[in-house]
Design a binder for this molecule. Sequence first.
Ligand SMILES: Nc1ncnc2c1ncn2[C@@H]1O[C@H](COP(=O)(O)OP(=O)(O)OP(=O)(O)O)[C@@H](O)[C@H]1O
Ligand SMILES: [Mg+2]
Length: 470
Amino acid sequence: MILVVIDDDPANIKFVRFILANEGLDIHAASDPQSGMELICKTRPQIVLLDLVMPGVQGMEVLQKILEFDPGIDVILMTGYYSTESAVEAIQKGAADYFPKPFSPDKLRERIGQIKEDSKHRQRSLKLENELLENFEFDGMIGRSPLMLELISQIRRIAPHFRSVLVTGPTGVGKELVAKALHRLSPGQKGNFVALNCSSISETLAESELFGHVKGAFTGAHQDKVGVFEYADGGTALLDEIGEMPLLLQAKLLRVLQNQELQRVGSPVIRKVNVRVVAATNKDLPEMVRQGKFREDLYFRLCMIELKVPSLAERREDLPMLQRYFLKTFAAQYKKPLAGLTRRAQTLLARYSWPGNVRELENVIGHACMMTESDVIDIRELPDRIQNLRPTEDAESEVEMSLDRLARLHAHRVLAHVSGNKVRAAEILGISRTYLYELLKKNTPDQDQQDSDTKQDESKLVAPKAPRGG
Ligand SMILES: Nc1ncnc2c1ncn2[C@@H]1O[C@H](COP(=O)(O)OP(=O)(O)OP(=O)(O)O)[C@@H](O)[C@H]1O
Ligand SMILES: [Mg+2]
């Protein structure tokens, strides 16, 4: 592991070299920020020890420059002029730690040891995540949350047998992916998969789109045309946004579902088809039935089998895996060697509500991958609406906190800092694991408000950590 120390005092550099001599580190030193930056670019260190007050330079600016170059570097600041404000500012700007001089050699060694452990842990979890990614991809669908696993198991059970399925869920959750999986998993289904968006066609054309027409059926019908259902004969038709289907066509659709027969527009011939129908919607169909906008008989026919696709907010556990999946996809697409997202970027993504669901996440990661100039994605590559979730530091609010609440807040911060590793967190906090669980568990209704504050506060002190590849 490579460490760069930047300090204008040669005695200090010597001291650092001395106390870290047996830590298995490859140590490089620079006596001013300019040559320090050059050294960092050249050696790509994991750790930087930075003296905060050097003649003629603002240490915080140097810190920012280092993190702009590589947000994954753990920067430890050293200073002879300690103040709480500058410590908070440093940590908030992304420093890994802050050491007032003179510091004890043991403390520094201990902190470096932690960083080494964390980095090993990150690499392990990266490897694990990649393995999981392979195991938990189901026909292009990523997810291992209980809700997703349940959905996948339903798809498996339904696919061989269904004639029609209703797939419901908000926009961007993957309803079309579900339809395709249903199609691919149906044994012996050699026919086509055809998708028709019911909202994008006019009422007059819709009938011909679905059922086809014969030459001369209406003005402009110059030749016979096969409709969606005939084209999907022996296969699957996805009727997207089924709620937008005109009432008249709903009756004809019902006939296909019930009798497997249809007539092309303008033709008296009744044709037999063998089509399986997946109807998708993000509308409240029962409500539309009440308002007379959707046929009740068709609704009852469709809802006999309903697959509910959960929103992303309902399955936040899947976020990290989806992030990695999209990162991998876009890294390949843009031919960039992207290693991951910084921890503070992940924290923000985890806090966002994702109204546009997986599609929105896909777009956000895609855009970030395109924009980034380094090998990690940091907050600045995220859209404003997500960047704005970063609360402003408000150290005073802590002065008004009860000890109990501050303890919980601190426990959450430390836990976030060690990627949720409770054993490590308890070690750092110097408390038993049982007590840590107790601190994390406290969650009575009257603490709800406090809790939401706490969650906001958590983010303030999360240092950026980029998962490193390899
Ligand atoms: N579980 C998932 N794993 C990987 N990609 C997903 C997943 N769910 C959705 N996606 C991706 O998100 C995007 C949106 O999915 P899809 O078009 O299936 O959503 P939808 O529910 O049909 O949305 P809408 O209601 O707006 O039509 C697609 O690019 C899809 O590949
Ligand atoms: Mg769709």
